[in-house]
Design a protein around this ligand. Structure first.
Ligand SMILES: COc1ccc(C(=O)Nc2ccccc2)cc1NC(=O)CCSc1ncnc(N)c1Br
Length: 273
């Protein structure tokens, strides 16, 4: 991949291509590094955008953390550079695009495909947690696919280095754990809850606590109002795993290690991710 030990990058090192999407705080473009012809995704973040949110120090710390993250299911941040008004993130380009577009296309995933994605996510999160990074905003929009259809966690727009508990609200409610919705202190276990939400969404096509209004979604999350529509043929093991993750008491959620050992994952996940 991109030689990241290079001197200071600048925008003149890249040919900018089509827009790939709008991440948080900025636009993302397909780009090619001119010397190596290497294809990357270039994210442009406007400084006045993050100054407003006083995120500059967080962004710098993020960059240190993320340039050190190396995992097959975590989108690489090769490096970054800035000019007077913008910060540029040099990201791995995920050729398969956004996972949620696949989900919308198929309606829902097969149990093998869903289990493979959940296993990849679990391994990526275990790796991030080991590096004291909680993503906290894992939803289908932040999951990308590489050219082989392998899952990549991206857009760490809100990830934080967790040394202590955090109190920041972020993202749509659908994916938030009760302790986050209640704006209580939370820790790594929020990601375990989110894995349960995603597993449900991969198999049923929509998140478990969807409701007409945010208020109703809030109520359903707080009550853990979980039901499995009989309209979908979903195995008992899959429902068992989801029920072990969507647990209100964060200390009682299935650990990442136990997820990897769950019968539904062992039986259905493709070990090659
Ligand atoms: C490691 O990935 C990131 C790491 C950090 C940040 C970030 O914004 N940090 C940040 C920005 C401002 C303030 C504080 C943190 C963002 C990403 N990633 C992204 O934004 C994903 C861009 S979309 C895309 N990317 C590749 N291939 C595709 N096909 C697509 Br579509």
């Amino acid at each position: 991949p991109l030689k990241t030990t290079k001197k200071q990058w600048s925008i003149s090192d890249f040919d900018i291509g089509k827009p790939l999407g709008k991440g948080k705080f900025g636009r993302v473009y397909l780009a090619r590094e001119i010397q190596s012809k290497y294809i990357v995704a270039l994210k442009v973040v406007f400084k006045e955008q993050i100054e407003k949110y006083r995120l500059f120090h967080q962004l710098r710390r993020e960059m240190e953390i993320q340039t050190s993250l190396r995992h097959p299911n975590v989108l690489r941040l090769y490096g970054w550079f800035q000019d007077a008004e913008r910060i540029f993130l040099i990201l791995e380009y995920a050729h398969g695009g956004e996972l949620y577009k696949e989900l919308r296309k198929w309606g829902h995933f097969s149990e093998r495909q869903a289990a493979t994605y959940i296993a990849s996510l679990t391994q990526a999160l275990a790796y991030c947690h080991e590096k004291h990074v909680i993503h906290r905003d894992i939803k289908p929009e932040n999951l990308l696919l590489d050219h082989e259809g392998r899952l990549k966690i991206a857009d760490f727009g809100w990830s934080v280095q967790s040394r202590n508990k955090r109190h920041t609200m972020c993202g749509t409610l659908d994916y938030l754990a009760p302790e986050m919705v209640e704006n209580k202190a939370h820790d790594y276990a929020v990601d375990n809850w989110t894995l349960g939400v995603l597993c449900y969404e991969f198999l049923y096509g929509g998140p478990p606590f969807e409701a007409e209004s945010q208020k109703d979604t809030f109520k359903r999350i707080m009550k853990v109002d979980l039901s499995f529509p009989s309209s979908h043929e979903v195995s008992a093991e899959a429902k068992d795993l989801i029920s072990l993750l969507l647990v209100k008491d964060s200390s009682k959620r299935l650990s990442l290690q136990k997820i990897m050992e769950h019968p539904w994952i062992v039986k259905n996940a493709d070990p090659m991710g």
